[in-house]
Design a protein. Sequence first.
Lengths: 254, 254
Amino acid sequence: MEYTVQKLGRLAGVSTRTLRYYDEIGILKPARMNSSGYRIYGQAEVNRLQQILFYRELGVNLDRIKELVTDPSFDGIEALKEHREQLLARRKQLDALIANVDKTLAWSEGRMTMTDKEKFEGFKQKLIDDNEAKYGKEVREKYGDEKVDKSNAKVKNMTKEQYEEVTRLAAEVTDTLAEAFKTGDPGSEVAQKAAELHKRWLTYYWGEYTKEAHAGVAQMYVDDERFRAYYDEKQPGTAEFLRDAILIYTGMKA
Amino acid sequence: MEYTVQKLGRLAGVSTRTLRYYDEIGILKPARMNSSGYRIYGQAEVNRLQQILFYRELGVNLDRIKELVTDPSFDGIEALKEHREQLLARRKQLDALIANVDKTLAWSEGRMTMTDKEKFEGFKQKLIDDNEAKYGKEVREKYGDEKVDKSNAKVKNMTKEQYEEVTRLAAEVTDTLAEAFKTGDPGSEVAQKAAELHKRWLTYYWGEYTKEAHAGVAQMYVDDERFRAYYDEKQPGTAEFLRDAILIYTGMKA
DNA sequence: GTTACACCTTTACGTTACGTAAAGGTCAAT
DNA sequence: ATTGACCTTTACGTAACGTAAAGGTGTAAC
């Protein structure tokens, strides 16, 4: 199939100006010109435009895109996989933003308070990365290097089956917790089941289990933004709910 | 709490230039200037900046944002709710893009074919709106106005409980279907459960139920892009899988 | 055969939301 | 009194197009 500027533009949802501009900067040249000087695009150009738009969607500037798509050693499939990862990351950020809007709504209606810092959560990618770096350090400070290293080693030494089991368990915790949250009662049967699943999940990372450590982690889920954000992502208040369920489960609270 | 440009900038993740620019165009003026001419921001400005960033995140241009936040009749809560809706819509678009990347990957690896049109799905908001308009029309053409109107009327006349039940049912269909898909067998017990749930869900919208109509809808889920995109969003192939499950459930296929 | 209309071309200036640099004043600590 | 990290204004630069002007092309209709 061959396309003129307008046809390709309509197909891809971009303006003719954009296509001419892409020609001008050498990022997407037409396959050929017809006898009247019209730009004619073919299959290869359609595919290339799709690539370009993938990157544009991610906010990559056209200079960099040009480098990418004109590089002969460019591995399209590898790039796509990376692209996919980035889209998933963006969805996570979007979820954080939505959680923030929910929080802000609650705050506007006087149902809760919000720190200035919280008001800007979800806006910045960087902050997520910073927290990522910070988070490792904080845990090391709180629990000591050996424990963290032991935990890391344990993950590394897991068999494929064990790894799958722990992943499955994590998902089950999330699901059960979401269901339990609806009951509103951290002492409810389903909430206690979530706490038990959480214990089993934790035991995979920590060699030994004590009620005190379990309760401590539960409290950390509330105090540490990094963890709270994770649990509160879909439903604000979940972190606190899980903490309460675990406190009851470990007998630290009636 | 009071903030200078840099402090507020760090808090919100924007540059000092941005804050000065926002002052310049009158979109966010500091609460006051100190004796040396420094910009000092207070609580009201923090909240306003948050509002501004919400809109910026949505791609609203600053002129329009200015209109919005300086309008005295501006209802912040209503705007936030709308903002939330738009974020959800964007997440849906993101999911479409991810689905597209998955498809493109499969195509790149030679596992399937892709039309030129499909290559650009998920890129354009407009297209979604167009489809939204088109979709209503198409269904009217295929099934006649009365049925659509009756369906609309039925939704409007639902009690709160009924509405909640139908929403819950829809979620259950999705979950069960996702689980069934893993088995790979549309005749499996869980797949048949999904088909049954789908029937119950459908019955809420259509007054009467016939196997033929049910099977017809199932086929439409595959043929109509609009529906297929919905079901294939998270897992490509789900629409076909559901169709097959329903065909077996209704006895139209062994 | 020419008129209409929807295409196509190049050239060129305009726009948005800042980035970046220059030139200089302020404040707290050493 | 000197750093060094802040702050100020002024002003030009930029990315990725939008938009307008001035004109050529293709074909269907009168």
